[in-house]
Design a protein around this ligand. Sequence first.
Ligand SMILES: *[C@@H]1O[C@H](CO)[C@@H](O)[C@H](O)[C@H]1NC(C)=O
Ligand SMILES: *[C@@H]1O[C@H](CO)[C@@H](O)[C@H](O)[C@H]1NC(C)=O
Length: 607
Amino acid sequence: MACALEVFDDRPGMIPLLRRWAFYTTAAFVTLFLLIQTLHTLEHHSGRFWGKPRSPIEKLRHPGLFGTKFEWKNVPQRHPVDSLVHLPPGQLDEMPRIQHDFEVETEAQRTQRMSRLVGVKAAFEHSWEGYKENAWLQDEVAPVSGKSHNGFGSWGATLVDSLDTLWIMGLRKEFAIAVAEIGKIDFTTTPLAELNVFETTIRYLGGLLSAFDVSGHKHKVLLRKAVELGDMLYVAFDTPNRMPVTRWDWKNGALGGSQEAARFSLLAEVGSLTLEFTRLSQLTGDHKYYDAVARITDVFERQQNLTKIPGLFATFIDTKNADFTRDTTFTFGGMSDSLYEYFPKQHLMLGGANQQYRDLYQTALTSAKQHLFFRPLNHHNQDLLIPGSLTRHSSARQTFTPEGEHLSCFAGGMVALAAKAFNQSHDLRTARALVDGCLWAYESMPSGIMPEVFRAAPCQVTETDDCAFTDARWHQAVAKGDPEQAQTIIADQSLAPGFVAIKDSRYMLRPEAIESLFVLYRITGDTTLQDKAWRMFQAIRKVARTKIAFAGLEDVRHVRPKLIDTMESFFLAETLKYFYLIFAEPGVVSLDEYVLNTEGHPLLRPK
Ligand SMILES: *[C@@H]1O[C@H](CO)[C@@H](O)[C@H](O)[C@H]1NC(C)=O
Ligand SMILES: *[C@@H]1O[C@H](CO)[C@@H](O)[C@H](O)[C@H]1NC(C)=O
């Protein structure tokens, strides 16, 4: 102080000047501060700040000058867990080899394969360009009108879903263009009132994690956004029993409102989150994501043998009470499917370090073989299998529905993969029959494409019945005891031999059939599967390609079906990726290195 006084003493006249300056500056700051505080308080109470009223969530997201920025990871948990379930350490056994030991191909084989590969890649580039030009950063492009659809949060579902396909197909420039947009996605808001946690997980979280994995962990933004999204979705698990809210009021979650899981949740939406959450824990070292899904698995395990058909789970489960045993309808089709698919895949994702998934899968498959899979009567008397569905009304009364669904065509690939993962080679026959069941449905339609849902005639090979096809037998299945009526129905519905009804004649560009062909090809090395895949691809390209992209089809019984103005993001994430991979070299996305989620996103398996 003395020193300072000395300085001022040397320069007379400075002290009054400095004092005045200090006074005015302080006064100005205080006034400004009070003004901002007043506006802030006014805004808080009236919900207005020179403009339109702001909702509580908007206030949280834009807290003004003195608040902290909203981040999902900072939302306090109402029902925190006592202790986190950790990723299982290490692995129990050496994992069995999944892929076939491929031999070197001939020059002729290579030429043919490469020309097919180019054809598939061109279809992808065409669709990608259509999206870029017409619906860039929207969820989906409408392939006929060129409009856009936003049903998946408006975060650019097609953009995120396509990332890893771009990389795998070697479209590196397009990949860079797409990655440059990822950092701009705002996961703190969406126009949707209710977010579908399952769809968001498999498309966005799976897409980001996969793009990060396949591109060699160089683009950190991909993992950063995956963490942001993971932290958002984690809030949906903050319920009294830690079961997730699958159709989620995210605003309520953000504001810390109370929430509980639903009385009626869809099986697949609850049971197909394990891979993505596990991979996120593996990549970040934060166990909370794994914890969230491991708790669901424990409930599945405890209740598997208590359901109406022990071993299988019904389509609706009561997550509010964690009671999965009450509903009565069982299927491998829509709304159930990927629960089963994720059991063997999660076993691989964990490097075999947790036996729960093996047990869940094997118990489920044993029961499915007995209760769901049926052999359809078919005019070449092939050994085919189709997963049907069963409703058990009571212990004495049940109804079997012999319907094939495009969605359940994943089953062949699942059974093949699991046969390898669990060293159950006899199941490869079952896998082949399931794949052939879908191929039969493709090849029986005039367009060469399988319908969404059809009904077939189940038949059992017994000692007295070889299940041989006859017209009489088929007609009997179409219209019991009335051959004339059968003829009319067959003509009216344009039924191919063996088919009893077409319940839904559309094709929505779905991937499940080519997915299973791809998996079976990589496991067996059977090149006839490539030929069949090429026929499928040509059939789709012939009728579904538009000026902009590819479109759904109204009725696959027509040689030239009418178009439906949608191309869901899975066409680029899955359908075209699987068509590409079946013609790519076997080392591209090897099943010994990757496991693909139910949206076709390859995730690296632990070494
Ligand atoms: C359910 O039953 C199957 C077959 O009977 C058995 O292998 C499995 O261990 C049982 N699961 C549980 C959790 O008890
Ligand atoms: C797989 O099973 C066969 C018998 O079915 C057995 O001989 C073989 O050792 C098993 N392989 C592994 C890796 O467990």
